[in-house]
Structure formats: C-alpha cells, structure tokens
Write a protein that binds this ligand. Structure first.
Ligand code: SAH
Length: 235
C-alpha cells in the first residue's frame, strides 16, 4: 500500500517534470517562430502550440534518450532514423493547417510523434512507414496513447495510400530530390503538401506545395532543413 502510494507520487512528479520541460520546449518553438517570422511566413499559431504542449514526446523516444525528450532537436530512434525536431513538427502542422474534418497522409511514421500532433488537429491521419519494426512499434504506441484516428501501414510511401485518397493534406518526413508523382495525384484540389526537397548531402528546403481548385500546383520554399533521405520506389 505504502509502496503503491510512493509509486503514484513518483509518477505524479514525473508527469509534472515532463509537463514543465514541455512548456519550455513550447516557449523555444514560439521564440524560433517569431525570429523566423518574415522568413517562414508568420509564426506558429496558439492552436498548434497548445497541441505541442499536450503530446507527450517523451513517450516517443527510446529510453536512453528520455533526458533529451524535450530538447528542440531530432533524436535517434534506431534503424538509422530520427524523431523530427519539435520546431519542425510544429511548423509542418502550421503549414498543413489540418482542419478537424480533414484527412491527412503522412509518409514516414518513424516514432509516430508527428502523426500524433497531426491527429490532434485533423479528422483522420493515414501514415506509411517503410521500416517494418518502426511501423509496428509506432502503431502500438499510438493505440496505447488512445489515438483512434491514426492508421499506420508498413509500405513504400512514395506510392501514397491510394485506397484512402484524395487527401486534404500530405506531409513527407524524409527528403527527396523530386516530389513522388503519386503524392501529387493523391492531393485534393485546394490541398496542401509539405515536403523537404533536396539531396542528402546538399541543401534541402522545406517546401509548401498547394494545389489550386483547377489542379495547378504552386510552390513556396519555407526554410532550409535537414531530413533523413526518402527511400523506396520513386525516391
Ligand atoms: N515523423 C517522424 C519522423 C521520422 S524520420 C517522427 O516524428 O518520428 C523519417 C521516416 O521516414 C523514417 O522512419 C524512415 O524510415 C521513413 N521513410 C523513408 N522513406 C520512406 C518511404 N519511401 N516510405 C515510407 N517511409 C519512409
């Protein structure tokens, strides 16, 4: 009984410590967004910042990275992959602007963190991951955290997810020199696609692509970034 109480107290204080670290992470994101204001088209909205304050990033990092969970940096998650930097996750959510009835396609589930952030804003998230063990562990974690509006599939995301197309928003969490044509085809007119374009060893730009009502694409470079490479079919 006493032991049980002590454990609850520990969990309580852990939760408070994580919430405090998360608050300082959110403040860092807010400051970065203000500094890059002109550059990255306006800051990150309170709505997105509130989501960043809610999603428990420490649950998405490996045990040996726990103490870094709320640093504003990408962290290794095994299989040569990383969980994205919180500022970039917030910026992507801001650029995609998923509405609560919107359907989002994410390529590169990784840890599942970005999917969780998007699922707090969108109606439904479909996420594709090419590394099987990552797809399995992300799906399990997201389910255990209660996200019932995220579907994860193991496969090559360069093909999109045709069964659930078209999508209001698409995001790619890995860099490629060219936008995979299947993703352009699976974007709704009026839809938004955020993707890091460029090579592994040279400059990448986070791009916002919008498809207008007539199906014509418009491109905007947002900010220089460094993502892991997109692998698979058309990459
Ligand atoms: N959004 C993730 C970031 C993961 S890093 C997070 O928040 O944790 C990018 C991920 O893209 C890696 O897990 C990598 O395995 C995956 N990836 C690379 N090429 C892919 C492809 N063709 N299809 C699906 N996933 C791919």
């Amino acid at each position: 009984m006493e032991f049980h109480q002590a454990r609850q107290d520990d969990e309580q204080s852990d939760a408070e410590t994580y919430a405090a670290s998360r608050r300082s992470m959110v403040e860092t994101i807010r400051e970065m967004a203000q500094e890059t204001d002109d550059y990255a088209r306006g800051g990150v909205s309170e709505n997105v910042l509130a989501v960043m304050q809610r999603v428990p990033r420490h649950r998405f990092v490996p045990a040996d990275q726990l103490s870094s969970a709320y640093f504003n940096q990408a962290l290794p998650i095994g299989h040569d992959q990383t969980i994205s930097q919180p500022y970039i996750v917030a910026l992507v959510a801001e650029l995609l602007q998923p509405g609560k009835h919107d359907t989002v396609l994410e390529i590169g589930t990784g840890s599942g963190y970005q999917a969780a952030v998007l699922a707090e804003l969108a109606g439904q998230v479909y996420s594709v991951e090419i590394v099987a063990p990552l797809a399995v562990s992300a799906e399990k974690l997201l389910r255990s955290l209660g996200y019932d509006n995220i579907a994860v599939r193991h496969g090559d995301g360069t093909q999109g997810w045709p069964q659930h197309a078209p999508f209001d928003c698409i995001t790619v969490a890995a860099a490629t020199p060219h936008v995979p044509p299947a993703l352009l085809a699976q974007l709704k007119p009026g839809g938004r696609l955020v993707i890091p374009l460029g090579g592994w060893s040279y400059a990448q730009q986070l791009m916002l692509l919008t498809k207008d009502r007539d199906g014509v694409m418009h491109n905007e470079a947002i900010i220089p970034v460094r993502f892991v490479p997109l692998t698979g079919g058309d990459a």
